[in-house]
Design a protein around this ligand. Structure first.
Ligand code: NAD
Length: 373
């Protein structure tokens, strides 16, 4: 028996932020990063809350790749303020912080579980609809994807106007995160008709709109479609989970402080080649699924493997057009330093929960080999 659960009420489209005025909120704890405070976006929410007579407090100490330390501080602030609602404003880092903070706060007293409203300002992680929260331990140089159905936000407000200020390189990185989520959900061992529908739609939308969102950030149609694609990919992987591109990106990003979407983008072509068995005879776990994606995007060549080679070429072309390099060394990571970290990263990737649903299970040595490529 299978099941598909979607617990988040989603409001989408320009102006959907205003919906905050209609929610039953008396005390709101707004969790965001310093940029959201300085840019006035947190104050925009505060004004909407004040207009409905609600109290609010802003916790603006979120850092990219949120740490255990930030989560602890957030819980302390929340214990003092005792909100009925937490509003997560920002990219995946703010939303994941809010999820972890709310979850741990509620664990101390189940009666006071606050409602969680997620307001994404990047089009990337889909965290506004998922049960994942990725928290980093800087000392261990590790990122841990925590998963609990109770962390799924109650409400998501997808207002594309909030994404208009995202600079091109972050639009590119986060957009490739969307593509990776949709690809990994589609080839996952837990994929089904419902998750496929969301993954397929997200792939088509990224293919059509990502380049435009990067090169013409003021194009609100591209921004809106990328915002919706990000959420759809989140729905897909919340049901189907992910794969080794994410496991490897978690270890890579934690080690070298690379943006999550960029780590995924650089690894994606290599992971597709490995999953589809392009270099190894008889190991073609996901070949047919990648061929389906290629056909969906109008890519076809003589044989299934040639078709997947074509798909990888097109992904690399897209990355080039939106300014994402192909090699880790182009991101300022020293070759020798990278190679000396491969064994440790491979160990962490093998233990990552995302590895469980990858269509092919790599040995530790195979993870190392993919990293070296
Ligand atoms: P982010 O939240 O770290 O933000 C990246 C940068 O973009 C920050 O400097 C931020 O201030 C800036 N920014 C955000 N919105 C902006 C806007 N509207 N205008 C201008 N600048 C803006 O990046 P992200 O890629 O959204 O999130 C990455 C984090 O999410 C990682 O920790 C990753 O592991 C995690 N993640 C979580 C899930 C999940 O399901 N929970 C899925 C994928 C990734």
């Amino acid at each position: 028996m299978e099941q598909f659960i979607m617990n988040t009420r989603i409001y989408m489209g320009a102006g959907s932020l205003e919906k905050i005025r209609d929610l039953e909120i008396e005390r709101a704890y707004i969790i965001c990063d310093p940029f959201m405070k300085q840019s006035g976006k947190a104050d925009q929410i505060a004004a909407l809350l004040s207009a409905r007579g609600a109290c609010w407090e802003i916790f603006s100490e979120v850092v990219p790749d949120p740490t255990i330390g930030v989560v602890t501080k957030g819980i302390e602030g929340m214990c003092a303020f005792r909100p009925d609602t937490v509003i997560a404003l920002g990219g995946g880092s703010a939303i994941d912080t809010a999820k972890a903070v709310s979850h741990l706060y509620a664990a101390m007293d189940k009666e006071r579980r606050p409602r969680l409203v997620a307001v994404p300002t990047t089009s990337g992680t889909g965290s506004e609809v998922t049960s994942f929260a990725v928290i980093s331990d800087p000392e261990a140089k590790a990122k841990y994807p925590l998963r609990d159905a109770a962390m799924v936000p109650d409400v998501a407000l997808l207002d594309p106007e909030l994404t208009a200020t995202v600079p091109p390189h972050i639009t590119a990185d986060t957009g490739m995160d969307v593509l990776t989520h949709a690809f990994e959900a589609y080839v996952s061992t837990a994929a089904g008709d419902f998750t496929d529908a969301c993954a397929e739609k997200a792939i088509r939308m990224v293919w059509k709109y990502l380049e435009c969102a990067v090169t013409d950030g003021g194009n609100m149609e591209a921004r809106e479609r990328m915002h919706n694609a990000s959420c759809l990919a989140g729905v897909a992987f919340n049901g189907a989970s992910l794969g080794i591109c994410h496991s490897m990106a978690h270890a890579l990003g934690a080690r070298f402080h690379l943006a999550h979407g960029r780590s995924n983008a650089i690894l994606l072509p290599h992971v597709i080649a490995w999953n589809a068995g392009l270099e190894t005879a008889g190991e073609e776990a996901a070949l047919g699924r990648y061929v389906e994606i290629a056909h969906m995007l109008g890519i076809s060549a003589g044989t299934p493997k040639a078709t997947v080679h074509g798909l990888i070429r097109q992904i690399r072309n897209l990355m080039k057009r939106i300014g994402i390099p192909e090699q880790i060394t182009e991101l300022g990571v020293e070759r020798e330093e990278f190679l000396s970290a491969v064994e440790d990263m491979a160990e962490k990737a093998a233990a990552d929960t995302c590895t469980d649903t990858n269509p092919r299970r790599p040995e530790k040595a195979e993870f190392e080999d993919i990293y070296r490529r």
